[in-house]
Design a binder for this molecule. Structure first.
Ligand SMILES: *[C@@H]1O[C@H](CO)[C@@H](O)[C@H](O)[C@H]1NC(C)=O
Ligand SMILES: *[C@@H]1O[C@H](CO)[C@@H](O)[C@H](O)[C@H]1NC(C)=O
Ligand SMILES: *[C@@H]1O[C@H](CO)[C@@H](O)[C@H](O)[C@H]1NC(C)=O
Ligand SMILES: *[C@@H]1O[C@H](CO)[C@@H](O)[C@H](O)[C@H]1NC(C)=O
Ligand SMILES: *[C@@H]1O[C@H](CO)[C@@H](O)[C@H](O)[C@H]1NC(C)=O
Ligand SMILES: *[C@@H]1O[C@H](CO)[C@@H](O)[C@H](O)[C@H]1NC(C)=O
Ligand SMILES: *[C@@H]1O[C@H](CO)[C@@H](O)[C@H](O)[C@H]1NC(C)=O
Ligand SMILES: *[C@@H]1O[C@H](CO)[C@@H](O)[C@H](O)[C@H]1NC(C)=O
Ligand SMILES: *[C@@H]1O[C@H](CO)[C@@H](O)[C@H](O)[C@H]1NC(C)=O
Length: 895
């Protein structure tokens, strides 16, 4: 603040000290005034500035559109004076001065307005013939530029005179510590930034470029834009400032970079028109693809045609101040001619300017010439400044009205007017809220009105380019500030859908975006095959028995593939099982038929029948496995498998241990070992099998984790262990073919059963080993050993295959086949030898016996017999029967 006051004083001292500068430009001493009870000041740039080292700061050239603005202030004052509802009994005056678009003169103009004619400072600098002692103004409208406002506002602060700019949009002026008396009737740029960010957010453009001009407007705009963008999660890929008169190199570098990035397809240009057009011209020259969508701050949209750049900017979105046209003022302005507007000191010059720019001078008739000139007003009427000036004047008037009514308790009379106090006035000014020509008007907390913008789209229509309004942005609307009609937008490059500007690959079905190392950029990551994509961002595994649909959006209940009994492996197993059952039945029949035969008797028939029952059960395991698996059927299958093994091996164990104990006992004494009677044996086998049944039943009743039960088997091709697709396969993008098969998973309970069976088998092995020296006739230990070893081997082979096999049929087949083979081995090893001896060898012996009794060839007979004995010997690999066995035999004991 002090810095600015310093600069004000330094400038004033310079002006005062410099004798030549004493001559404030003559043009700047001209004012347009009509005095009233209270006067409002106006600072307008009627003339352009002159940078010539010599002479005036004011150029004789008029700033063409300014006359509308000047007259709009006069119009507003007149209107207020005409009205009885505001400032009754009070005449408002005005004092309008020319600041020549110069910062220095803005300072002077503000000073001169505040001091007024008749003060020493003023009269010293602007020697005047006019002796009208007007005094100072109570408020100032203007100036039109941010740079000028920055200097003029410090004077306003110094003298506590409120100043309302109608066109300065710089955010710097919102600093109420620096500029407490500065207000404006035009929204500052930060609202424009909000509008741009809202647009970016609306169209989900989150990977953008920003180009801005290297001046207060651009730098501040870009700074705010980056800040806001970050809040909204919008990434700025490129942010470059460009000077107002850039070198060719500077611009072409920027355009080349824009060209290289194929993802950032939206560029915001917060720049003055010189910069914007330099960039667009270069873009056109270097062939930037026309699908770049430009978003324009308010400064450059209206100057495109001058640079012939409309074709490259087509499809862009342009932010523009929303301006209500004021028809009543337009009508009024059309009535003004040099003849009826003599008070305006600049109107003649303006009229001449109009004559020079039109060819109306050719019209000789005065009246027609006026009509001709007035026809050229049209273009200027869209100027946003008119509504802003009207608002500023009304704001000052309403505030004054409020001050006066406060101190006059409602009725304003000449007597009750208070001494003017700037601080009080400012307070009332900040509180105004009215609706006049420009719509509702109020100051937000910082003396700025909330922004209202129109969003326009540059479209090619009938061979020419037009700005078409497509939306609005209104800071006053709390919820939806932006309304935009997408269907009216013509997109850059004629695209038919909303263009994208995001650094993200389009993820196919089944993929989720994952952030890449580059900020804001996303790649795609494959979800596990059995997962769907939730909210487009997350993988979520489908529950068991479900599988993602082709779009990976839903988990579908896929019908499982039933186990087919037509599969060759399954058929083979069923066939073998059938044959096995028949063989087992034949064995039983054979045993019943020969139940008196010593060989059968010797092998404890009861246990053998239990064993054979186990074999039948083993052959039947295939059946609960091939029906559709369910928790009960799986429990049955587990039970059948466990029990059939127990049935098979428990009798074997008992037999082995019995033989072993008998022979061991026989060697030591004649005391008969315990538990060897058939009854006892049956009880023991029942206990063992019963135990297994209890284990199986308990395990079926346990929760699924222990009981096992039905599980789903999902078979997909190209699936690796982690559930991801093997890489680089074209088919990875398509939906993998899936087949779901149900199978029985064996749980912990089954493991307990298996361990139990294993203990029995180990027991068998133990006794088979110990009983290896028992005489052959009674010794099944070799066969038992073969059967047990083969069982162990089969188990070792089956477990990995069952666990790892892809094919459900293979799983079932290996499991059943193992049991079937085991049953065959048992059948062959334990029973075939007996029948071989009974039906083949003994029959031959009898035959030989018969032949010997009925034949005369003695020599031949004896030789046959001995060969028969040999063959028996080779079969048994054993010396003739032991005497201990004979002993038991004689006691009539079965072995
Ligand atoms: C003010 O009122 C007078 C007389 O009623 C009228 O002639 C004039 O046009 C009005 N001015 C404005 C600006 O309304
Ligand atoms: C833009 O146009 C260029 C060339 O015309 C093309 O290569 C590019 O894919 C387009 N980009 C988009 C996002 O449409
Ligand atoms: C000049 O005047 C003629 C007729 O008087 C009219 O046809 C022509 O359009 C005018 N030119 C301009 C630039 O106004
Ligand atoms: C104007 O002033 C007169 C007295 O000077 C007073 O009678 C009249 O009520 C005032 N008008 C209004 C609208 O306040
Ligand atoms: C203006 O009013 C404020 C209080 O409202 C007071 O503090 C200040 O001194 C007054 N200024 C002048 C110049 O009277
Ligand atoms: C958007 O513009 C189209 C075409 O002008 C119009 O038909 C439609 O009603 C507009 N929609 C809205 C919500 O204004
Ligand atoms: C998905 O989005 C919905 C609503 O947007 C939300 O309620 C839900 O929690 C989201 N789900 C996940 C997994 O993020
Ligand atoms: C998958 O998506 C495509 C395109 O979005 C759609 O046409 C199809 O109907 C969808 N299929 C399913 C099963 O949802
Ligand atoms: C890719 O999939 C095809 C079947 O679509 C298969 O034949 C081929 O072996 C697979 N290639 C690799 C590398 O996995």
């Amino acid at each position: 603040m002090y810095l600015i006051l310093d600069s004000v004083l330094v400038t004033l001292v310079t002006i005062l000290a410099d004798r030549r500068a004493l001559a404030v430009p003559a043009l700047s001493c001209v004012n347009y005034a009509r005095h009233g009870d209270y006067n409002l000041g106006g600072m307008f740039s009627v003339h352009l500035d002159s940078r010539a080292p010599e002479g005036d700061r004011c150029s004789p050239k008029l700033y063409s559109f300014i006359m509308y603005v000047v007259e709009s202030m006069v119009f507003a004052v007149d209107e207020i004076n005409n009205r009885t509802d505001i400032l009754p009994n009070v005449t408002l005056g005005f004092d309008i001065r020319d600041d020549c678009l110069s910062e220095d003169l803005a300072l002077w103009t503000a000073m001169s307005l505040i001091h007024g004619q008749g003060t020493p400072l003023y009269d010293h600098l602007c020697p005047s013939k006019d002796t009208d002692q007007s005094g100072g103004v109570i408020g100032i409208v203007g100036p039109g530029r941010s740079s000028m406002s920055l200097t003029a506002a410090s004077v306003a602060d110094l003298f506590q005179i409120p100043m309302i700019s109608y066109a300065a949009t710089s955010d710097e002026l919102s600093d109420k510590v620096k500029f407490p008396f500065f207000l404006r009737s035009v929204a500052p740029d930060r609202f424009q930034v909000d509008a741009i960010v809202d647009i970016l957010d609306h169209f989900q453009w989150n990977y953008i470029s920003i180009l801005y001009s290297t001046d207060e407007y651009g730098i501040n705009g870009a700074r705010l834009l980056q800040q806001k963008a970050e809040e909204y999660g919008i990434c700025v890929w490129l942010s470059v400032s460009i000077r107002a008169s850039p070198s060719e190199r500077e611009v072409s570098d920027v355009v080349q970079r824009l060209k290289q990035n194929t993802k950032s397809k939206v560029t915001v240009m917060f720049a003055v028109f010189q910069v914007a057009n330099a960039v667009l011209s270069e873009a056109k020259r270097s062939g930037l693809p026309s699908n770049m969508t430009w978003i324009a701050s308010d400064a450059w949209g209206h100057r495109l045609a001058d640079f012939n750049n409309e074709d490259i900017a087509v499809g862009g979105l342009f932010i523009d101040m929303e301006s209500n046209s004021v028809p009543i003022f337009e009508t009024h302005f059309r009535t003004l001619t040099p003849n009826n507007n003599r008070q305006n000191p600049w109107f003649n010059t303006y009229w001449e300017y109009l004559l020079s720019t039109t060819n109306c001078s050719g019209v000789s008739d005065d009246k027609e010439q006026t009509v001709c000139i007035l026809a050229h007003h049209e273009a200027g009427f869209s100027n946003k400044a008119i509504a802003a000036v009207l608002d500023a004047v009304y704001a000052l008037a309403y505030a004054l009205d409020s001050v006066l009514k406060d101190s006059c308790s409602g009725t304003i009379t000449v007597d009750c007017r208070p001494r003017f106090n700037g601080t009080v006035y400012l307070d009332h000014l900040n509180a105004v809220n009215f609706q006049e020509h420009g719509g509702r008007f109020l100051f937000e907390d910082k003396g700025d009105p909330p922004g209202k913008y129109e969003i326009k789209n540059l479209q090619p229509i009938d061979g020419e380019y037009r700005m078409v309004p497509v939306g609005k942005w209104d800071a006053m609307k709390a919820t939806v500030r932006l309304t935009i009609n997408e269907s009216r937008i013509y997109w850059a490059g004629g695209q038919t859908v909303i263009p994208e500007s995001i650094c993200r690959e389009k993820c196919g079905p089944g993929y989720v975006p994952v952030p890449l190392s580059e900020a804001c950029c996303w790649g795609c990551h494959r979800c596990p095959l059995d997962a769907i994509v939730v909210n487009g961002t997350q993988c979520e595994k489908c529950p068991k028995r479900f599988w993602p649909d082709v779009n990976y959006t839903r988990c579908d209940d896929y019908p499982e593939i039933p186990v087919s009994t037509n599969e060759p492996v399954i058929l083979v197993v069923i066939l073998l099982s059938g044959v096995g059952i028949i063989l087992t039945i034949l064995t039983v029949v054979g045993m019943l038929a020969n139940s008196r035969h010593p060989r059968i008797k010797a092998s404890s028939r009861e246990l053998s029948y239990v064993n054979l029952a186990g074999l039948v059960l083993a052959y039947m395991t295939i059946f609960p496995l091939v029906i559709r698996p369910s928790n009960p059927s799986c429990s049955v299958a587990q039970t059948v498998i466990s029990v059939c093994l127990t049935l098979t091996f428990a009798p074997t164990l008992l037999k082995c241990s019995r033989i072993f104990r008998i022979f061991r006992a026989g060697k030591r004494s004649t005391q008969r070992p315990r538990f060897i009677s058939p009854k006892e044996q049956i009880i023991m086998v029942s206990i063992m099998v019963g135990l297994q049944l209890i284990i199986s039943c308990l395990s079926a009743a346990l929760p699924e984790d222990f009981s096992g039960g039905v599980d789903i088997y999902t078979y997909t091709p190209f699936l690796d262990g982690s559930g991801s697709l093997s890489d680089d396969n074209e088919s990875a993008d398509s939906h993998p073919i899936v087949s779901l098969t149900l199978y029985c998973k064996f749980g912990l309970g089954f493991l307990v059963s298996a361990v139990y069976n294993l203990l029995i088998i180990i027991g068998c092995c133990y006794y088979a080993l110990r009983a290896r020296h028992v005489p052959d006739n009674y010794n099944e230990s070799k066969f038992i050993a073969v059967s047990v070893y083969s069982t162990l081997v089969l188990c070792l082979a089956v477990v990995p295959v069952y666990q790892t096999s892809d094919d459900i049929h293979m799983k079932i087949a290996t499991l059943s086949l193992a049991l079937v083979i085991n049953a065959y081995v048992t059948l062959v090893c334990l029973y075939m030898p007996k029948f071989y001896i009974i039906y083949v060898i003994e029959r031959r012996l009898q035959e030989a016996e018969r032949m010997r009794s009925g034949s005369s060839f003695k020599d031949g007979r004896s030789s046959f017999k001995s060969s028969l004995r040999d063959s028996m010997r080779t079969m048994h690999h054993q010396p003739p029967v032991n005497t201990t066995v004979e002993l038991f035999h004689s006691r009539g004991q079965d072995l």
